[in-house]
Design a binder for this molecule. Sequence first.
Ligand code: THU
Length: 151
Amino acid sequence: MPARNTLLTAESSTRLLAAARAARPAAYAPYSGFAVGAAVLARDGRVFCGVNVENASYGATLCAERAAAASAIASGVREILAVAVVGPGGKPCPPCGICRQFLVEFGPSMEIILEDGRGGLEVHELAELLPGAFLPQHLDEAGPGETEAER
Ligand code: THU
């Protein structure tokens, strides 16, 4: 019995991870040498890939997960079911905090699929990786924006 109920079948998860692995060689990571590939599965079944894009101004670096998600969004996707991430050495490459926040906008219950370091994969729910996330509903609950005088 699986440890948790997964949204995707084992075959779909393996396929998404393979897409992330296939994307990884295109990573632009001359500063860290840490190449990452990511693949996003949209609700409509389309898959979008991304890689990390580093910059001489290090802080301008874009992670693979955000690159893949931005590609999906640019093609009209608004709901993401899963993101697979592949870093070096077959070990888990969990999304950074910024990526977790970026992704939660498009599916708090999306699955994050990682290599497990033993030739297999591990699956996490994004909501578990980012408890208490700031969501669009928090903006709605705050009502219309305040003027400076009202603050
Ligand atoms: N990186 C990603 O692209 N995704 C992750 O999940 C972790 C980190 C990138 C950012 C940077 O280019 C390099 O890996 C080292 O931090």
